[in-house]
Ligand binder design. Structure first.
Ligand code: HEM
Length: 200
């Protein structure tokens, strides 16, 4: 389960710290984007395997994340999950999102929209932002052995920054959805017919 990732907080190793999580991608240089795209070509060949490894690791290191998935929360033996069709399908959905992210590195507005919607859907899945950072960490641990000597500290920083950016926007989407639900609850409580009647 070990993984030689440096710093699990996903903070990019740079001298000038980005102002916020979302600023991280603004610090991705053209070289870093090229590095991510090149490494993705290798990762893509093992996309299903990486998805499974990533989630099994996530559930091992943070069992509280497993409870969010009603399909997996009762599975005690994590080894069984390695051959689970459901986990494979879920891993592939998440990996396809990462693929879209990589493809949209040159169109940040589209990437932002995608990540914002994903954050909103995670509010509906009851998956809170405090867990999102773990996924980037486990992704990095899962892809390191696949990239072998192509893995460098610079590539690690580039992927960390990308995850930091995406999860920062997801968090915003989650909060927007949470606020909009709260607003609707307040508004509909105010508009209750029985309330109107008492006012008459
Ligand atoms: C970088 C972080 C993450 C990314 C990129 C991500 C991505 C995705 C994607 C692409 C889906 C497919 C459905 C959709 O598009 O709405 C999904 C579903 C889901 N995610 Fe995430 N996710 C992340 C973190 C998490 C975490 C940390 C949890 C739980 C603690 C979680 C729980 C779920 C659940 C419960 C579903 C719905 C079930 C399913 O589709 O099988 N996600 N996620």
């Amino acid at each position: 389960m070990g993984c030689a990732i440096s710093g699990l907080g996903l903070a990019p190793r740079q001298t000038t710290e980005p102002k916020s999580e979302e600023d991280a991608v603004a610090h991705l240089t053209g070289d870093q984007i090229d590095m991510i795209k090149d490494s993705w070509k290798v990762i893509q060949e093992d996309i299903a395997k990486v998805g499974i490894i990533m989630f099994v690791r996530l559930f091992e290191t943070h069992p509280e994340c497993k409870d969010v998935f009603f399909l997996f929360r009762d599975v005690e033996d994590l080894e069984r999950l390695r051959t689970s069709r459901e986990l494979r399908a879920h891993g592939l959905r998440v990996m396809s999102f990462i693929e879209k992210t990589v493809a949209r590195l040159d169109q940040l507005e589209r990437l932002e929209q995608l990540a914002l919607e994903l954050g909103k859907s995670h509010y509906r899945y009851n998956a809170p932002p405090k867990y999102y950072g773990y996924v980037g960490t486990e992704f990095i641990c899962a892809v390191q052995p696949i990239l072998k000597d192509k893995w460098t500290p610079e590539l690690e920083d580039a992927w960390k920054s990308l995850f930091q950016y995406v999860t920062g926007i997801m968090k915003r989407g989650y909060q927007e959805e949470e606020q909009s639900r709260r607003y609707h609850v307040v508004v509909s409580a105010k508009e209750r017919p029985d309330k109107k009647n008492t006012a008459l």
